[in-house]
Design a protein around this ligand. Structure first.
Ligand SMILES: Cc1cc2nc3c(=O)[nH]c(=O)nc-3n(C[C@H](O)[C@H](O)[C@H](O)COP(=O)(O)OP(=O)(O)OC[C@H]3O[C@@H](n4cnc5c(N)ncnc54)[C@H](O)[C@@H]3O)c2cc1C
Length: 403
């Protein structure tokens, strides 16, 4: 089978790239290892995604925002302000929306709704343009490329050919590895427990990042529960990996009391309102994200620690710059997978992502080091940061995606 572009991975990045390329005369294939039902009806996965305004605009342009609102009218929750706390000190750094030109720093939306919206949009594109083929329940075998095409062998022996192969198969991308691209990986030795909880006290749409001693907590403000009207947040607890399972496996009443205690009762009583999900924390930065007739997008191009909430935002940025480059060159009747086009994409994407990847890695290490000197530096950084408005404005610009 021959494609112009073959995308490995039908996660948000792969599906949204297909949507962005559809309708321009390209034959697009998407290869996904999971069964079709798992991507057509994605299950709640605990991730609440903070979107920059730039990402929100991209989602609107591609029709995803509207699709998600059709699925769940209260899906998007305002992220008005953000608060950073260290240790037991109740005085933290507040990044207010007034530091940006908008009335909120960004938006929050559940990852499974992004996946559902992306799937629905791809179905719309297929219905109108018939230019996307989905191959689900298929794992890749041998992968290689030559001057003319990239080749992917499937487990059943079939060989797919494409003018450009795109890896959108997550941070530990087997496609990237098969193409021989090296990546720097950093295992933080921590795992993240995420779930949705109802709570007594309001959050006022303020997100918290609390670098407490021995644990890191985050609160992502969701809209009040439409069924009960109760206050609702996505809760993120980061602990050394060996300590996370006992909390994740507690019976619900004990878990509720444990999380309320860990949040020092600042939200009042708390009640579990979803399944719980655990993610090991590994940052990945590939040394290069392109090769002959090959490019990476999404987490395959940069695997961020979630602390600065930029993985999906960077994924969208990559989709935007790769699809623009491909469509421009394709419209001019030239080879959209030429080394010059791919190198330009790599330069642009790495320039945009590398600084925050390194800053995030440094922050995550500093704020999980329990040495007394590190605790002092952390507290000083938060307190000094609170007094330096240009610094806070820079963080606000990074959160909103508006510079
Ligand atoms: C707890 C948590 C919180 C987060 N919060 C934020 C946030 O606030 N803001 C933000 O911007 N980002 C956030 N992120 C990051 C965001 O979730 C990811 O960046 C995004 O989901 C990655 O999408 P993707 O499509 O690249 O990869 P994935 O969603 O991992 O999709 C990859 C797809 O490829 C398929 N696949 C894998 N291997 C193969 C193969 N060999 N063959 C075929 N198919 C394959 C998989 O089945 C999967 O469907 C968070 C992440 C976590 C874990």
């Amino acid at each position: 089978m021959h494609y112009d572009i073959l995308i490995v991975g039908a996660g948000p990045a792969g599906l949204i790239l297909a949507r962005a390329l559809s309708g321009k005369g390209l034959r697009i294939g998407i290869l996904e290892q999971q069964a079709q039902q798992a991507i057509a009806e994605p299950a709640f996965d605990g991730r609440e995604i903070a979107l920059t305004h730039r990402s929100a605009n991209t989602l609107r342009q591609l029709g995803l925002w509207q699709r998600i609102e059709q699925i769940e009218p209260t899906a998007f929750s305002q992220l008005r302000d953000a608060k950073v706390l260290n240790g037991p000190n109740p005085l933290g750094m507040v990044i207010g929306h007034e530091l940006s030109p908008r009335s909120e720093l960004g938006w929050l939306v559940s990852n499974h709704l992004i996946r559902q919206g992306a799937w629905d949009c791809v179905q719309d594109s297929i219905a109108i343009h018939q230019d996307i083929t989905l191959l689900t329940g298929q794992k890749t075998g041998r992968i290689w490329s030559d001057e003319q095409a990239a080749h992917v062998t499937l487990e059943d022996g079939r060989v797919l050919k494409a003018r450009l192969l795109v890896a959108a198969d997550s941070r530990l991308s087997t496609t990237r590895r098969a193409m021989g691209l090296a990546a720097d990986m950093y295992d933080f030795g921590r795992s993240m427990l995420v779930c949705c909880m109802l709570h007594q006290k309001p959050h006022h749409h303020v997100a918290w990042q609390w670098f407490d001693y021995g644990q890191t907590l985050a609160l992502l403000p969701m809209n009040d529960d439409p069924a009960t009207g109760m206050h609702r947040s996505s809760i993120v607890l980061t602990l050394p990996s060996h300590a996370i399972d006992p909390v994740a496996n507690m019976a619900a009443p004990a878990f509720n009391a444990e999380i309320a205690r860990r949040f020092a009762q600042r939200l009042g009583s708390m009640t579990l309102a979803s399944t719980r999900h655990v993610y090991p924390l590994v940052g990945v930065y590939p040394r290069s994200i392109v090769s002959r007739r090959f490019a990476c997008v999404g987490d395959a191009a940069v695997g961020m620690h979630p602390i600065t909430a930029h993985g999906f935002n960077f994924g969208l940025l990559g989709v935007e710059s790769l699809s623009k480059a491909i469509l421009q060159v394709h419209a001019a009747g030239q080879d959209f997978a030429s080394p010059a086009v791919l190198q330009r994409y790599q330069r642009e994407h790495q320039l945009a992502t590398r600084p925050l990847y390194l800053i995030t890695k440094g922050l995550a290490r500093l704020y999980t080091t329990e040495h007394p000197a590190a605790r002092l530096v952390r507290d000083a950084a938060v307190q000094i940061g609170q007094r330096i408005t240009p610094f806070k404005r820079a963080i606000a610009a990074s959160l909103t995606g508006m510079r």
